[in-house]
Design a binder for this molecule. Structure first.
Ligand code: PEP
Ligand code: MG
Length: 756
């Protein structure tokens, strides 16, 4: 930046003059007009204009120096329209020497801008939202430098406060029309953690209003920054120490997060912004806005997910910088709060006090974001990707969060509220009733013992073994520890995790699945090209076979963890026998090496595959001669069978798991496994639905693995089922030319008093 030795740099002088204009006792529009003239002069630009966001995502020209004055309040552009709309749509700066030849250029005759060739614009951001756009234009084809863009971004920090103050456009106007008034509304989102909660909305609005933007003394600001960073790090240490989470991945997450707080790059960028003339808090805000604009364009899901961690840290640091005795650092939520936030970091969630928060509604979020994982560990339902939640929900609104059906009701009507209260107490009653049956064996009426197991992926899930009375862990998804770290966990840390899993399972069998990442579950330390069709892309065992070192390390860790105990493991997404053979030979080699090193080997080995790819069905006999067990992953099998994306809500109800096609395939698998004397399990979500579990048992599956809350209902189903009769009923209908046998199975269950 245009730094001069000694004294005030011209840029800092500009910031101070802007600050003085902001503080002047003049109407807001007049202050804005003075501002654009000052910026135009300072940037040696013929034009400087400000467009402000109005209702309906329209950007309106509010002040200009250089364009025709009559265009003020007349020129309007939609977000995405023209270059100004483009800047707003992407929340990122644009600098063009020849703006008019840009494909997005939109000519507005009333402005008289045809004589200006070059254009530089930056979004006016506040808390990550675009409030407007600041543009400068020049007659010549000027090549604006990165420093110019940087300077303009700092200038808009000052302007953002004026635009956000509500003096130009009232905050009510920006509220989407359907959110006005206090009508009940229903919003949709993506379930990040299941469950239902009824509570009172608490808006997580980290936006502390910054009252000081321009620094008097940069050295003093740098000092404040240093103090605040130390204070924040201490407070984080305390928070993590008192978080009372299991010793598992949740703690790893918080440790990773703490590492962000010590990131030198981040702190250096803040210090640079202070040196350009901003106060420490404004500098943190600027770096936060810049990072958000940069990362929200990233296609890498890991980077996008880290955004909420970075936002969380920035907010935390701003709070440390601005906290006073009258305004304590953070509000506590009232009992029964449902937190509504754009995004949230894991530590922010803990800050609110885990027992007070009943649910979480996020505008952003993804199933593997840190906050989702921590919320899951705490049993808090989460609904993500709820568009405009923060502007639609009023603080104190009553809310029903129904993550199970991917919806949230704001200010629900009495009858809806009553229905949900009924559902909740019914669930509660059932939970208590199922808890009483936890020690009853899942034996059918005709005396067949089923094995009911849980699916797990976090250490904390293992508590559910004792709570549900399940037999073991039928599917341990190993990917989470890989996804929450910033580098590949080495053999000893992997071994430590698996050892703890086996310790906590306390003798109950656990089946580990080797890594199923890739595609959309990207690892931060891999920078592979994204697949166009991730579910069918380079994922799971395909990666393991192409990068055998990864697979080898994971297998070595499992062998070490098991030492002297049984080890059961399976490979995901096997499509042909040769893939299993190659994976198996990697395992054999590791066993051999462990023996050579005289390490204690597993007491017993049980090696299986997940049957998820239809092609494997045509090699079943050969496969069954080679494996100890099969586990059918019905989530993937169904999506590949019907060519129907399992994550696409539009297709969610199009093809039924209880279709004759799926059931016939499952019957074939059960029969082939039985005649080969190999155990066949089902570990897809299907196994956790009582009606579907009834069908699976009827077809011959004796081993089912499911989400822990499903154990009680499936046990009740099993104990009321006559397998012989249900098997005969279902098998005689497998050739029916119907899309689903659901209704027939429901009638069967009703007629035979099967608890589904
Ligand atoms: C499945 O595909 O059914 C399965 C259990 O694996 P995941 O859901 O982890 O893909
Ligand atoms: Mg799968």
């Amino acid at each position: 930046m245009r730094e001069q030795p000694g004294g005030l740099t011209p840029f800092r002088r500009l910031l101070r003059r802007l600050r003085d204009i902001m503080a002047a006792d003049l109407p807001a529009e007049q202050r804005l007009q003075q501002t654009v003239s000052l910026i135009a002069a300072d940037m040696v630009a013929e034009v400087c204009s400000v467009y402000v966001m109005r209702a309906g995502e329209v950007l309106e020209l509010f002040a200009t120096h250089g364009l025709r004055r009559e265009a003020i309040h007349k020129t309007r552009l939609r977000v995405g329209e023209g270059l100004v709309g483009d800047i707003a749509a992407h929340a990122r700066p644009l600098a063009l020497a020849d703006a008019q030849s840009h494909p997005n250029f939109a000519y507005r005759p009333e402005t008289g801008e045809e004589i200006y060739h070059s254009l530089m614009g930056v979004p006016i951001l506040r808390g990550g939202r675009v409030l407007g756009v600041l543009v400068v234009q020049n007659r010549t084809r000027r090549n604006y430098t990165e420093d110019d863009v940087e300077a303009l971004q700092t200038i808009v920090m000052v302007l953002a406060e004026l635009v956000a103050s509500g003096e130009l456009v009232s905050p009510e106007e920006r509220r989407p029309s359907e959110g006005t008034g206090l009508l009940p509304i229903r919003l949709e989102g993506l379930a990040l953690n299941p469950g239902i909660a009824i509570g009172v909305a608490v808006l997580h609005e980290p936006g502390v209003v910054l009252t000081r933007i321009v620094a008097e003394d940069p050295e003093a600001e740098l000092d404040r920054l240093r103090q605040a960073v130390l204070g924040m790090q201490d407070a984080l240490d305390d928070l993590i120490a008192s978080a009372d989470l299991a010793q598992g991945e949740e703690r790893d997450i918080l440790e990773t997060y703490r590492m962000f707080a010590q990131d030198r790059g981040w702190i250096t960028r803040i210090a640079e912004a202070i040196r350009s003339g901003l106060t420490a808090e404004a500098a943190v805000q600027k770096v936060k806005d810049d990072t958000r604009a940069r990362l929200s364009q990233a296609t890498d899901p890991y980077l996008r997910e880290r955004l909420s961690d970075l936002d969380d840290l920035a907010n935390r640091l701003i709070e440390h910088l601005t906290a006073t005795e009258e305004r304590p650092r953070r509000q506590r939520a009232p009992e029964g709060a449902i937190l509504v936030a754009r995004s949230l970091g894991p530590a922010e969630l803990l800050d609110y006090g885990r027992r007070r928060i009943k649910g979480l509604v996020l505008e952003e979020g993804s199933p593997t974001a840190h906050v989702s994982i921590v919320a899951r560990a705490l049993g808090i339902p989460v609904l993500g990707r709820v568009a405009n939640a923060l502007i639609r929900v009023e603080a104190g609104d009553s809310l029903i969060l129904d993550a199970d059906n991917e919806q949230v009701f704001l200010r629900p009507r009495e009858d809806i509220l009553a229905a949900y209260q009924e559902t909740l107490s019914d669930r509660d009653r059932k939970r208590r009733a199922f808890a009483l049956t936890r020690d009853l064996p899942p034996v059918t009426r005709d005396g067949v013992r089923l094995s009911l197991n849980i699916n797990a992926g976090l250490l904390i899930d293992l508590r559910q073994l004792a709570e549900t009375g399940a037999d073991g862990v039928g599917l341990y998804r190993t990917e989470i520890p890989f996804m929450v770290r910033s580098s590949f966990p080495d053999v000893s840390s992997q071994a430590e995790i698996y050892r703890r899993v086996l310790d906590q399972a306390d003798g109950c069998p656990v089946t580990f699945r080797t890594l199923d990442v890739g595609g959309d579950k990207a690892l931060p330390y891999w920078h592979e090209e994204g697949d166009e069709n991730p579910a069918m892309g380079w994922r799971a065992i395909r990666i393991g076979l192409d990068r055998p070192a990864l697979l080898r390390q994971q297998l070595r860790a499992m062998i070490r963890a098991a030492a002297g105990r049984p080890l059961s493991l399976m490979f995901p997404l096997i499509a042909q026998v040769s893939e299993f053979e190659r994976a198996r030979s990697v395992l054999d080699l590791e066993l051999e090496r462990a023996a050579q090193r005289q390490e204690p080997l597993p007491e017993r080995l049980s090696i299986g595959v997940m049957l998820e790819v239809p092609a494997l069905l045509w090699q079943l006999p050969a496969l069954l001669r080679r494996v100890d067990f099969l586990s059918v992953g019905t989530n993937d099998l169904q999506q590949f069978l019907f060519a129907s994306d399992r994550g696409n809500p539009r297709l969610a109800h199009r093809y039924d798991m209880l279709s004759p096609a799926m059931l016939k395939i499952l019957a074939g698998i059960a029969d082939a496994a039985e005649s080969a004397g190999v155990s066949a399990a089902v570990c897809g979500e299907m196994a956790g639905q009582p009606l579907e579990a009834m069908a699976l048992a009827a077809l011959g599956f004796r081993n089912l693995s499911m989400a822990p809350p499903a154990i009680g209902p499936v046990r009740a189903m099993a104990r009321s089922l006559d397998l012989g009769s249900a098997g005969a009923f279902l098998r005689s209908r497998l050739d029916a030319p119907e899309p689903s046998l659901r209704q027939r199975l429901q009638s069967y269950a009703r007629d035979h008093e099967v608890a589904v």
